[in-house]
Design a protein around this ligand. Structure first.
Ligand SMILES: *Cc1c(COP(=O)(O)O)cnc(C)c1O
Length: 366
């Protein structure tokens, strides 16, 4: 099956005698004891089983685990590590997960945050107790590109697990498991959900090994699982994911080009640009450049806030990946320790008509 076909059919497991075309929502928390039946909804339920089958197929892995948020998915990987383990993670890692490592696992896990575009820095960060390398590419919010296969090769030599946050690229544009990663992570709140109305997270594993058994135990025993409703809506949303991603990427490329020619704009970050430092690697490991871009305005934070306040079709809100264009001054959301420039604006480019988006940006930047 090709991706578009798989997205529509793979998460639709219909077993009812009435034969509905779409899989019904099974709200029951418990199931009648029978050989091979599901037992209790925290451990599994029909809608989650359908979603996990779909996620595994999309990322070409052996198994998947769905969570109640992207952070719950990421934190479950950290929780599955032995105490005293060391993690290598990107210096611009998604700020919520970085906070997770630093606050929830303080004194339990060690971490080095490095610039992963610098392979020497990654190589030098390995310690005898390194057990996990965490990649995020393209990164949030600077769209930095990490060479997944190069980092995976370094890790493989040392028997270290590689996990990759694939939220920005989605499996439509990038399959980290085929590039050497062991586990892929998603915030399904973003492009998978696609309509800014579902919170969710996902992990997909290449193979069902001993570490994956630990991750699954964190999922079912820790219990940060999505409801049947959330799973149903995710399966429904993912049916249109390939077409939405094509639209997001097409619009983002046009907007990035438009912004880069604008005199009030200092710098545009989009991996689709030839001048982007990660462009060559992005071209090698991705089939499209995604729907997120960021740019710095000429001026300070106040100038960036002013531009945002003039926009009509870009909603000033955090999060990304929905059909509606969202925009924010990212440093304001990341708090005082952020490395993100204060005049940087992150744009989640939506599926409104391009002419409207361009006209709106034009009037706000004038
Ligand atoms: C949003 C996001 C997360 C966290 O996901 P939640 O669903 O908000 O918990 C992790 N990684 C990236 C890249 C994100 O954009």
């Amino acid at each position: 099956m090709k991706l578009e076909t798989l997205a529509i059919h793979c998460g639709n497991i219909v077993t009812d005698s009435e034969k509905p075309v779409v899989q019904p929502i099974a709200l029951s928390t418990t199931f009648i004891h029978q050989p091979d039946s599901m037992i209790y909804s925290r451990a599994n339920n029909p809608n989650r089983a359908a979603l996990e089958k779909l996620l595994a197929a999309l990322e070409m892995g052996e198994d998947a685990a769905a969570f109640s948020s992207g952070n719950a998915a990421g934190v479950s990987v950290f929780q599955a590590l032995e105490p005293g383990s060391h993690i290598i993670a990107p210096d611009d890692m998604y700020h919520g997960l970085k906070k997770g490592i630093l606050t929830l696992f303080a004194g339990v896990l060690e971490a080095s945050f490095v610039d992963m575009t610098d392979l020497k820095a990654v190589e030098n960060a390995f310690q005898p107790n390194t057990k996990l390398v965490w990649i995020e590419t393209p990164s949030n919010p600077l769209l930095k590109i990490t060479d997944i296969s190069a980092v995976a090769q370094m890790a493989k030599k040392r028997n270290v697990i590689v996990a990759c946050d694939n939220t920005f690229a989605t499996p439509v544009f990038q399959n980290p498991l085929n590039l050497g990663a062991d586990i892929v992570m998603h915030s399904s709140t973003k492009f998978f959900g696609g309509h800014s109305d579902i919170l969710g997270g996902a992990l997909v594993t290449k193979v069902k090994d001993a570490f994956w058994e630990k991750v699954k135990n964190v999922q079912t025993t820790g219990g940060a699982v999505p409801s049947p409703m959330d799973c149903y809506y995710l399966c429904r949303s993912i049916k249109t994911l390939p077409y939405r991603m094509k639209g997001h990427a097409e619009h983002a490329m046009v907007l990035a080009n438009f912004l880069s020619q604008y005199e009030g704009v200092e710098k545009v970050f989009y991996p689709g640009f030839k001048e982007h430092p990660g462009h060559e690697i992005a071209t090698k490991q991705m089939t499209g450049f995604g729907g997120i871009l960021s740019f710095q305005v000429k001026g300070d934070a106040a100038k960036a806030d002013l531009v945002i306040s003039k926009l009509k079709y870009f909603t000033n809100a955090t999060s990304l990946g929905g059909v509606e264009s969202l925009i924010e001054r990212r440093a304001a959301s990341e708090g005082p320790d952020t490395l993100t420039p204060q005049n940087l604006i992150r744009v989640s480019v939506g599926l409104e008509h391009l002419d409207d988006l361009l006209e709106d940006l034009d009037q706000a930047l004038k």
